[in-house]
Design a protein around this ligand. Structure first.
Ligand SMILES: [Zn+2]
Length: 565
């Protein structure tokens, strides 16, 4: 027995060492990784703190300081000798999977920063300038300054079409203000990417995210095909309702009739206005109570957060992991509406992902597996603001009220998801084309795509750079496809939790309120591992399958035409 055991030990030790790096090479690698983290970690924490201050106050000097810190980090990653070292280490046969994964992370960080110092400086400075201009710009209507919240109020409540058009146009002004600098930035980013052998910055960003363009094209083409007819049917129905409310024919509907500057959200126009259920409610407290009930308390996150509208403050919302050690915060501009209920659930979804990374994983791996996986968690929770069972339990509604909501809200939820596919198609194809050729007629291309994918007519007269008022072009370039993939994963996780974790037949009446198994499953399978595995491997480990559109299509698209919506 003992002999057998020692033979086994020898075999294992031998097989572990054959063809792998020598212990000293492995030690070398550990020292190399540790030294890089020691340089980057404190800078990254400072940069995050300063960025938070900039976003919450709008102060120019803070944006400047934040840019300088970003530049310092990128300079570390632009070192050509270090990059050569990372490439050599990746080929040296190191077997420790955590070390291999950290080398992957370093490889992509170095790869995208192999840019001459001058060009890098220009890119970071112009990027900051564009973001600052975007952040500080205030739209005006009849000489009066408007916040984004004012614009949403007009677009969701105003019946005078002239005022709607003015507010919609006001929401687009910022695009024309920043477009010249923005296109310069696009050209500089392409210049850097082309020197690294990529055809554009768009392609480079996708490769650095461990994704590939052909695969994305395939997924988006499939989604386009599957949603085209269901969307046309739902939109025709919506147009009739909208047209009636404005006293025009459906053919006369213009982009400003759709309640959202980009028609990326469904107008709340069916028999029931979901906003009424959130009126006078504390959406922050609702979110807090919900998250604690599923075993993912967020009190510490909320205590550090900046949640209400203020002069000079960033007008949208984001979640911010300052130090990968639990200092996670949310910036928002909360109001008592369904939109902000969804937003706070969404941002806290990002925040808990960051909060619950396993603290024993190395710093480089204490981040989400991929941007799409953190979007998936945010969307998984954000969807609840329109879920009747969730609303009943959280808002204390009667059975009667709940069943009234259920019919309408399911219709909203389905429409919202199909609409989002159409909108994401516009963003994905536009941004890909923008980086392929920034000198083409972009304004015309934008409306070609909107007309084709969203079935919304371009306004009369010359087209302008209103598209650039969409904040993701400036704050998160070449990122939007991750929202779509995030929706697909949110549905896949939902399916897995319903059938494999809770062992239910269907998700009928399911809200997850009070079920700690949900929090435990997500912590163990998704949040804890962080970036320990390549993203699709994490998904296979967590759900049993690689990422697939199947679950999203089953949940939201199948049945749309049969149900006659
Ligand atoms: Zn998000």
């Amino acid at each position: 027995m003992r002999r057998l055991l020692s033979l086994w030990v020898v075999t294992v030790v031998l097989s572990l060492c054959l063809g792998c790096a020598s212990p000293s090479a492995q030690d070398d690698c550990v020292r190399f990784v540790e030294a890089r983290v020691a340089a980057v970690e404190p800078l990254s924490r400072r940069a995050n703190l300063v960025y938070w201050e900039a976003a919450t106050t709008g102060k120019a000097e803070k944006f400047e300081e934040s840019a300088q810190l970003q530049l310092q980090i990128r300079r570390i990653y632009s070192d050509a000798n270090d990059f050569a070292r990372v490439k050599a280490l990746r080929k040296s046969g190191i077997r420790d999977p955590r070390l291999v994964r950290q080398l992957d992370k370093l490889y992509y960080a170095y790869l995208q920063n192999q840019v001459e110092p001058d060009l890098l400086k220009q890119i970071v400075e112009l990027d900051t300038k564009v973001q600052e201009a975007y952040n500080n710009y205030r739209a005006t209507m009849d000489g009066r300054e408007l916040t984004m919240s004012d614009i949403y109020t007009v677009l969701t409540t105003e019946t005078d079409c002239g005022k709607r058009e003015a507010a919609w146009r006001a929401s687009k002004q910022v695009g024309n203000v920043i477009v010249e600098d923005f296109l310069k930035l696009v050209r500089l980013r392409n210049q850097a990417a082309r020197r690294l052998g990529f055809d554009s910055f768009h392609t480079m960003t996708i490769v650095v995210g461990e994704q590939n363009v052909q695969e994305l094209d395939r997924i988006f083409d499939e989604l386009d095909r599957l949603t085209r007819e269901p969307f046309a049917a739902m939109k025709q129905d919506l147009d009739k309702i909208l047209a009636k409310s404005y006293g025009v024919t459906p053919e006369r509907l213009m982009p400003w009739h759709y309640h959202d500057p980009f028609f990326q959200r469904t107008p709340l126009v069916y028999e029931l206005d979901l906003d009424q259920y959130y009126k006078g409610r504390d959406v922050k407290e609702l979110a807090r109570r919900y998250y604690v009930s599923v075993g993912l308390p967020v009190d510490d996150i909320l205590a550090r957060s900046d949640l209400y509208d203020r002069e000079g403050k960033f007008p949208h919302a984001f979640s911010h992991d300052v130090d990968r050690k639990g200092d996670v915060r949310v910036l928002a501009n909360l109001q008592d509406t369904e939109r902000w209920m969804e937003t706070i659930l969404h941002e806290l979804g990002h925040a808990i992902y960051d909060k619950y990374h396993d603290p024993n994983e190395p710093w480089l791996l204490r981040e989400p597996a991929q941007p799409l996986t953190t979007e998936a968690i945010a969307m998984f929770f954000g969807r609840l603001s329109r879920n009747a069972a969730w609303m009943q339990q959280m808002l204390g509604l009667s059975d009667e009220e709940t069943s009234r909501i259920k019919q309408v809200s399911e219709r909203y939820l389905r429409f919202q998801q199909v609409l989002f596919v159409r909108w994401a198609l516009v963003m994905y194809h536009f941004e890909k084309a923008l980086y392929a050729d920034p000198d083409r007629d972009l304004n015309g291309l934008w409306w070609d795509l909107v007309e084709k994918c969203q079935l919304v007519k371009r306004p009369p007269g010359a087209t302008d750079a209103g598209w650039l008022s969409k904040l993701h072009f400036t704050t998160a370039p070449c990122y939007y496809h991750n929202y779509m993939l995030g929706e697909l994963l949110a549905s896949q996780l939902h399916d897995c939790i319903v059938h494999q974790v809770l062992k239910l037949e269907s998700d009928e009446g399911l809200s997850y309120v009070g079920d700690q198994r949900v929090g435990r499953y997500l912590r163990e399978n998704v949040f804890g591992p962080g970036a320990r595995y390549p993203w699709n491997e994490m998904i296979v480990r967590a759900t049993g399958w690689p990422l697939s559109p199947k679950y999203f299509v089953e949940q939201f698209v199948d049945g749309v035409l049969q149900n006659g919506d």
